[in-house]
Ligand binder design. Structure first.
Ligand SMILES: Nc1ncnc2c1ncn2[C@@H]1O[C@H](COP(=O)(O)O)[C@@H](O)[C@H]1OP(=O)(O)O
Ligand SMILES: [Mg+2]
Ligand SMILES: [Mg+2]
Ligand SMILES: [Mg+2]
Length: 336
């Protein structure tokens, strides 16, 4: 049996089950009223339920593994939230073999409150990455990774709305991506367990590249990306797509560069937003770093405290992309 085989199959099953939760809500998006969390970002019944499903499945096979998950139950408790809680419970129990009661539901979600750190095994989970994309009816991803002693060893991403072949409009939607350190990166359809290896597209000059960025200009600076693209003589328009689907797209050759350029110095990236994607990039032949060329450090708690922004690209062009980023950042620092 290959290394982490049980973790791999359990994570794939968990992500597929959580993706079913998201797809059910997505089919009736008008009913999926979002509430706003303390950090002013939206959350829906699907985010809570997907976290409950994954944490329950992981808890059965790996009862001692802690989970660093995005969501907690702070805003799901109290009389005022009873109707939302009941919806989350109903949705969760429509997927799980053994139904949960309300207390078990809340404690399943709160298994995700681990603080992270450098020691031992831990999972990190984003039950819906790109909740804004989900609410717009566009792209989103269910993202799960296993971190051991600060290193990402396994990453699984479910993209329920992503076409298997982006160039073919009729292509089936629903792709799952999986990578284990040292074992390569793969894509499969939700509807079939056949896995196909994926690779970064070969590229020799940044000028040939298509770059990915957020749809939301508040998450990544479109202005800075345009300046960087101009310096690199990139002529193709940006490929804007929500969520960690960007990592999946570059890893299978749909685009060549992923830029995540801070819009606000106070924002520090979360580990669950980049753990699975960073391994997918590395295992499909890409390079990933922060804007200063520093490796992403997943060992410092729930956030990437030592890193600023993200850039992923083919190793042939990574240093040129970093140089262009430095030029734009330096200019801004001088002007501010
Ligand atoms: N101010 C922000 N800056 C950068 N990323 C953000 C910000 N607010 C939320 N996010 C996160 O951005 C990611 C999706 O954005 P994008 O589609 O731009 O890549 C998500 O991880 C989202 O969290 P969430 O998981 O809650 O959706
Ligand atoms: Mg969120
Ligand atoms: Mg996220
Ligand atoms: Mg999320």
């Amino acid at each position: 049996m290959s290394v982490l085989a049980l973790e791999r199959s359990t994570a794939i099953n968990a992500v597929l089950q959580a993706s079913k939760v998201c797809q059910a809500v997505f089919r009736n998006l008008a009913d999926a009223k979002a509430i706003t969390k303390k950090d002013k970002t939206p959350i829906t019944v699907a985010d809570y339920s997907a976290q409950a499903v994954i944490n329950t499945i992981l808890g059965k096979t790996f009862p001692n593994d802690p989970i660093v998950g995005e969501e907690d139950t702070d805003e799901l408790r109290g009389d005022e939230r009873k109707p939302l809680r009941e919806k989350v419970l109903e949705l969760t129990n429509s997927i799980l073999d053994v139904p949960l009661d309300e207390n078990k539901l809340l404690s399943a979600i709160d298994r995700g409150t681990h603080p992270g750190g450098i020691k031992g095994r831990m999972w990190t989970l984003d039950p819906i990455d790109g909740t804004k994309g989900f609410l717009r009816g566009e792209q989103y991803a269910v993202c799960l990774a296993l971190i051991i002693d600060g290193q990402v060893e396994l990453g699984v991403m479910g993209c329920p709305n992503l076409p298997f072949d982006l160039k073919n409009k009729e292509s089936e939607r629903g792709c799952l991506f999986v990578a284990v350190k040292g074992q390569g990166a793969f894509q499969r359809k939700f509807s079939s367990s056949d896995e196909l290896p994926i690779h970064f597209a070969n590229i020799s000059s940044p000028s040939e590249a298509t770059f990915c960025e957020s749809v939301e200009a508040g998450h990544s600076s479109h202005d800075d990306a345009a300046k960087i693209a101009a310096l690199l003589e990139i002529s193709k328009p940006p490929f804007r797509v929500d969520s960690q689907c960007k990592y999946c797209c570059i890893s299978r050759g749909d685009a060549n560069i992923y830029l995540r350029l801070p819009t606000n110095v106070q924002y520090i990236e979360n580990i669950w937003d980049h753990a699975s994607g960073s391994l997918l990039v590395n295992e499909s032949g890409g390079t990933i770093s922060d804007l200063y060329g520093k490796a992403l450090d997943f060992s410092l708690g729930r956030k990437l405290k030592a890193n600023t922004g993200i850039v992923a690209s083919h190793p042939n062009i990574h240093s040129q992309v970093l140089d262009a980023i430095q030029q734009v950042i330096k200019k801004e620092n001088i002007n501010n």
